[in-house]
Design a protein around this ligand. Structure first.
Ligand code: DAO
Ligand code: DAO
Ligand code: DAO
Length: 205
């Protein structure tokens, strides 16, 4: 059977390798605080990257730095987000009562703020055109797996439980998605450390 690694706080397991060439570099949790309830764990996430793409894009530039130095280097994360290295964020839903309305508003808030930050424009119309496709009757029960994969050419492909639900070609969108996990204000800071270490090791090994 295929090798998996378990996120201990949620008990979620992640495959060590995805799409044949992408290796798991770290796991984290997306939490959300709600008034009256404490922090809820919404989903666990795993970040995957292709080592040969990493080397091709960044080996020369970062040759002088050690893995430990890279992990603390802001440009290193920025270059990974800007590049078109094959990477995936796999989300596994752990919160059992997630409504589409809340996914829509979270998406507009979190991804929307990054689109704004990186482009200086609010892209509101574009975002809403996208999020209104999330129909209220869709269900995202506990255990649902969503893959957000960047493919060559800055194409972001979204899959739900293995089924492709859409592809968008946009460097800005890809960067905005990865920024949620490895940017300056990530959802899970400890996970970012682990992911940074994993990405640096892929480049150096
Ligand atoms: O359903 O009102 C609620 C509470 C849950 C809020 C969670 C929001 C975060 C959603 C992001 C999920 C993306 C798949
Ligand atoms: O955690 O705030 C966040 C945003 C994560 C991006 C989630 C994209 C989910 C797209 C799901 C479509 C559901 C119909
Ligand atoms: O590059 O011009 C641009 C802006 C892109 C914004 C697109 C928003 C669509 C959101 C798709 C999310 C897929 C998870």
């Amino acid at each position: 059977s295929e090798k998996t690694i378990t996120e201990s706080r949620t008990g979620t397991s992640f495959l060590a390798v995805l799409y044949e060439t992408q290796q798991l570099v770290g796991i984290g949790i997306r939490k959300k605080s709600i008034i009256g309830i404490k922090n809820i764990n919404v989903y666990a996430f795993g970040i995957y990257a292709d080592a040969s793409d990493m080397k091709e894009a960044l080996y020369e530039k970062y040759r002088p730095l050690s893995a430990d130095e890279l992990k603390e280097n802001k440009d290193f994360y920025g270059d990974i987000m800007d590049s078109d290295i094959s990477m995936t964020v796999r989300l596994e839903i752990v919160y059992g009562r997630l409504s589409i309305a809340s996914v829509r508003s979270a998406f507009e808030e979190t991804v929307g703020s990054r689109l704004q930050k990186f482009s200086g424009a609010d892209n509101k119309e574009l975002l809403q055109r996208f999020t209104t496709q999330f129909k209220d009757e869709y269900k995202l029960p506990r255990g649902t797996i969503i893959d957000l994969s960047r493919q060559h050419g800055h194409i972001l492909q979204t899959k739900i439980n293995g089924e492709v639900v859409g592809s968008v070609q946009s460097q800005l969108l890809c960067k905005s998605i990865f920024d949620l996990y490895i940017g300056e204000d990530p959802f899970d800071r400890d996970a970012k450390q682990e992911i940074g270490h994993g990405l640096a090791s892929l480049l150096k090994n």
